[in-house]
Design a protein around this ligand. Structure first.
Ligand code: ADP
Ligand code: ZN
Ligand code: ZN
Length: 612
């Protein structure tokens, strides 16, 4: 490119200056470039005409760039009370759970706490479940704290990460507030003052693969201990374990039960789709009631979010004649159909091949798709609401560095009327104009085979519902289900967290799960089926010799093979009173003798404590 400008010295200078200025890879103001390269507007304009540069109009508040903490919002009376309670409780409790309903302004409270610490020249670590999904929040904090804030992300380049690392180590001004996902916990804080764990209930705080396996919330508390600082755990839907710790007095508890502006929590309606099917009131996956509610919202020029939990419910192809579904050759799962590319894909190993016209087992051409994913919902919507703009947010549409931001930006700018998406939609998004949230099918998450399935479903549904009616008027939520009398759905619709908690705790006690017992999960993996099978039985016996009935398994997980590795798991339940050091020693001893057996040595052996 520089060659093409060889006869335009002025223009070449501008381009070189641009590269110098652009070290931080942020957009550069045309004025600033003009000033630094000492050229005229015309030179820059001719470069734009040549296609070397492009003008963008980025709306900014001038003061944004350096942050402007004098612009902090004034806390409401209730927020102020919560804030003061946090301050006093920190004097006696290291960790506090801030349980505040969705849109109660938890973020504003964090902001005020952060401001105080920064004024004291202390570092603050703000942990988020997934950085990529929280651009809205990052922008909000950038607005207040600007140059004091650094984002740390494992997907950043090595250089970027080294830079943040050094800034933290040297306690530089621009690394006073670190916003990061779980890995930011390992930064070399030298002057830490507070750790905030936002959305503490989020499963993605758990790091499983690769090791080290840890839960960032729990590890943050350990880190806080080392630095003798406080931890604030914030969420509308605490984990059963966390709330238990608060009830036991191990953590302080501060509650905030009103939404900002006293907007009521959304009105939640359970739609019985068994009944709707019987009465032929379904169009595809939409009940007449949901269609009516969507139409109403659209008529009022309001936006709609539709949630389709994809986990375990992706569209699978099934042969009508012989009932066989195409399987992944490397994993024990059915392949998922992606209509856009007419492809079958494995969500575990990435294997894919083109969709065939006939059954691989019997040759029949009668292939049906079973289950439904976001893609199918999107297609149905296009037929039901041909005049509306529909967007989809899931792993497929948010690839690429800014994929997610683009969709969020469009939705914010109201270029999308109805947004269909997966779990991604539950992560703290704040849209002013959404009046309706629809949950397409609540049952598949409730039926997931995991002792946390009910708790997780509650959290997910309350969080997704929380996207409705945040600012102006009370929002609405429709939950479609085959089983409207399910206790979790009743609890979601009446906002009965404590009832859910009590019931779940009861079950945890009865079946010996956390918080009453700790769980240690051992996973064995090998390509040879018989080897894993034998090894797991050997291990089961040895562990039972020591731990008796508290050993479960060996069992075959619901997905028993991934990437050609057969999998077996064993779970050991550890009563609260049992010494952890002794337990650990015992397990390591068994592991050593297991690996002393020649045939078992090549088996991959994973230990996960506090399995989530
Ligand atoms: P939460 O984190 O509890 O879900 P947010 O902090 O996102 O809630 O607040 C919800 C909305 O209300 C946001 O748009 C926020 O800007 C607004 N808000 C909250 N508290 C205040 C306040 N004290 N003054 C002005 N706006 C507020
Ligand atoms: Zn067939
Ligand atoms: Zn696979």
């Amino acid at each position: 490119m520089l060659e093409t400008l060889s006869r335009a010295k002025k223009q070449r200078d501008v381009v070189l200056t641009f590269f110098q200025l652009n070290a931080s890879r942020k957009p550069i103001k045309a004025e600033k470039l003009q000033e630094a390269s000492n050229c005229s507007t015309a030179v820059i304009k001719s470069l734009v005409d040549k296609g070397v540069f492009e003008f963008y109009f980025i709306q900014t508040d001038r003061i944004n760039f350096n942050g402007n903490s004098s612009k902090l919002k004034e806390l409401t009376e209730h927020q102020e009370t919560a804030y003061n309670a946090i301050k006093t409780t920190f004097e006696t409790k290291q960790t506090i759970l801030l349980k505040g309903v969705t849109s109660s302004g938890k973020t504003e409270i964090y902001v005020k706490l952060i401001k105080e610490l920064l004024d004291d020249k202390k570092q603050v670590l703000y942990l988020l479940p997934e950085i990529a999904l929280t651009t809205q929040l990052i922008e909000r904090l950038q607005y207040y704290f600007g140059e004091y804030l650094s984002v740390f992300h494992s997907k950043y380049s090595m250089n970027e990460r080294v830079e943040v690392w050094n800034n933290v180590l040297e306690n530089k001004e621009k690394a006073q507030l670190i916003l990061g996902a779980r890995s930011s916990m390992f930064l070399p804080f030298s002057n830490l003052g507070l750790i905030i764990v936002d959305e503490e209930h989020e499963p993605s705080f758990k790091q499983y693969d690769p090791a080290p396996r840890y839960h960032a919330r729990d590890a943050a508390i350990v880190l806080a201990n080392l630095h003798k600082v406080n931890v604030l755990l914030g969420t509308a839907t605490p984990c059963v374990e966390t709330f238990y710790n608060a009830q036991q007095g191990k953590y302080g508890l501060v509650e905030l039960n009103r939404r900002y502006g006293d907007v009521l929590l959304p009105e939640i309606e359970l739609v019985d789709i068994k009944e709707k099917h019987r009465k032929k009131r379904m169009k595809g996956h939409f009940s007449d009631r949901l269609i009516e509610m969507i139409s109403d919202a659209l008529k009022n020029k309001e936006q709609v979010i539709l949630f389709q939990n994809r986990r375990g419910y992706a569209p699978v192809i099934e042969c009508e004649t012989c009932g066989v579904s195409p399987q992944c050759p490397q994993c024990d799962v059915s392949l998922t159909f992606h209509s856009y590319r007419k492809e079958l894909r494995c969500h575990y190993c990435g294997y894919k091949h083109a969709m065939q016209n006939n059954c691989g087992a019997c040759g029949s051409e009668k292939l049906n798709s079973k289950g439904f994913g976001t893609e199918q919902i999107e297609m149905e919507l296009e037929e039901l609401f041909p005049d509306s703009k529909i967007g989809r947010m899931d792993l497929d549409t948010t690839r690429g560095k800014y994929g997610y931001q683009k969709i969020i930006g469009k939705f914010e700018a109201q270029e999308i009327d109805i947004l269909v998406g997966t779990q991604m939609l539950s992560k703290g998004l704040d849209f002013a104009n959404v009046s309706l949230v629809g949950i397409m099918n609540a049952d598949n998450m409730l039926n997931f085979p995991d002792f946390r399935a009910h708790e997780r479903s509650y959290q997910l549904m309350v969080q997704v519902s929380g996207r409705a009616g945040r600012v102006k008027k009370r929002g609405k939520v429709a939950i479609q289900t085959f089983n409207p009398y399910h206790q979790i759905l009743q609890q979601v619709s009446t906002n009965s967290f404590e009832e859910m908690y009590k019931e779940q705790l009861e079950e945890r006690w009865q079946y010996q799960y956390p918080p009453f017992f700790r769980l240690i999960k051992i996973t064995l993996r090998h390509k040879d089926f018989n080897k894993v099978e034998e090894g797991s039985h050997w291990l089961g016996k040895s562990l039972t010799n020591i731990f008796g009935e508290l050993v479960l398994g060996p069992s075959t997980p619901s997905i028993s093979k991934i990437r050609n590795y057969y999998i077996r798991t064993l779970i050991i339940k550890i009563p609260q009173k049992q010494s952890l050091a002794i337990t650990k020693n015992n397990i390591l001893r068994v592991k050593n003798s297991f690996q002393a057996v020649k045939e078992f040595r090549p088996i991959k052996f994973n230990i996960d404590v506090d399995n989530y």
